[in-house]
Design a protein around this ligand. Structure first.
Ligand code: PHE
Length: 338
């Protein structure tokens, strides 16, 4: 029978019915919501109630039914989302841990690796030397005259100045060419090596220049090494690094340690930038005075040398317009070079 007290009683039961497991939720459904459940029974009772009570009973009944359905749906979705969150790896110690984010190599390292690989295939070995150099290796043995402007305080970081004996001056090397001297002192020709490393210049820091950067030096000394060999090596190298349809030009230049000297430019254009010539390296035939400084007879041996800037090449390849980005270690920048 449906009377109002009965409906209130069922309402209370519905509100306090346990809903914390699949079983209790299912028993709730069977007891109240199924075809033979209490709610159907109550509805049948309303039909038999006196007509003047029906409207009120009907209203109470509708509320009761809404409540029962809402409780049921709510409990069901709560239990299924709880289940879903329980299947995460953190709760199961036998599952492998989620992968940690992996790092990637710095764009400068990527370029350097490529440069090394190309010269490796061309038969060059790799050598290195100290970043803290003396005047002899950085300048004198490389045929810099005593008054050469490159020795000026503006370019060079001097570490110690001994007025009595200038050969004791230590400098942060301004280029990788001193490694040529160290290598030839150690190893008599034939020599064919590249020498990558950091170099330092006392320049103001801007988008285009930084107080340190990287160079790759190259040296090939043998009998009958010619300018044609140098050109062939440089063109082969640039073709591998920049692609087959590379457009380049070779211009005469000057360095104290090479004669004749040249510079190589490549034509560089990208979608975002109009084309322009970009200098990528300096080179030349090793000056006889340099060979003499390391006791190599310039009558018997000839050689070529070159030196290139890794930052400049990297910046053009990846369209980086500020050199400082390469040294900021900003993870948002580094993530762009997977
Ligand atoms: N050392 C030169 C520089 O720093 C580059 C160079 C190396 C030029 C070897 C000629 C030969 O600019």
């Amino acid at each position: 029978m449906a009377d109002i007290r009965n409906i209130y009683k069922v309402k209370e039961e519905i509100s306090s019915h346990p809903m914390d497991s699949n079983e209790s939720i299912e028993s709730f459904r069977l007891t109240y919501l199924s075809r033979k459940g209490i709610i159907t029974e109550l509805l049948a009772g309303i039909g038999k109630a006196p007509p003047e009570e029906r409207a009120r009973l009907g209203k109470e009944f509708n509320e009761l039914k809404k409540l029962a359905k809402a409780r049921y749906e709510e409990a069901k979705s709560a239990i299924s989302s709880e289940k879903a969150s329980r299947v995460t790896a953190t709760d199961d110690p036998t599952l492998p841990p989620p992968p940690l984010p992996t790092g990637s190599s710095h764009p400068l390292s990527q370029t350097l690796e490529e440069i090394k690989n190309i010269f490796y295939r061309l038969g060059f070995t790799i050598a290195d030397g100290p970043e803290l150099e003396d005047d002899f290796h950085n300048f004198t043995a490389l045929n810099f005259p005593p008054e050469h402007p490159a020795r000026d305080m503006q370019d060079t970081f001097f570490i110690r100045k001994d007025e009595l004996d200038p050969s004791l001056d230590l400098v942060l090397r301004t280029h990788t060419s001193p490694v040529q001297i160290r290598l030839m002192k150690e190893q008599k020709p034939p020599v064919r090596a590249i020498m990558p490393g950091r170099v330092y210049r006392n320049e103001s820091i801007t988008a285009k220049s930084y107080c340190l950067f990287h160079q790759v030096e190259g040296l090939y000394v043998d009998t009958n090494v010619s300018l044609a060999d140098l050109k062939h090596t440089l063109i082969t190298f640039a073709g591998h690094l920049f692609g087959k349809d590379l457009k380049y030009r070779i211009r005469p230049s000057f360095f104290p340690f090479t004669e004749p000297s040249l510079e190589m430019d490549i034509w560089w254009e990208t979608n975002n930038r109009p084309g322009q010539w970009m200098e990528i390296l300096g080179a030349g035939m090793v000056h006889p005075n340099v060979l003499k400084a390391v006791d190599v007879d310039p009558e018997t041996w000839t050689g070529f040398a070159f030196g290139m800037g890794v930052e400049r090449i990297t910046m053009s390849r990846y369209e980086i317009d500020d050199i400082r980005l390469l040294y900021d270690n900003d993870i948002r920048f580094l993530h762009q070079f997977p």
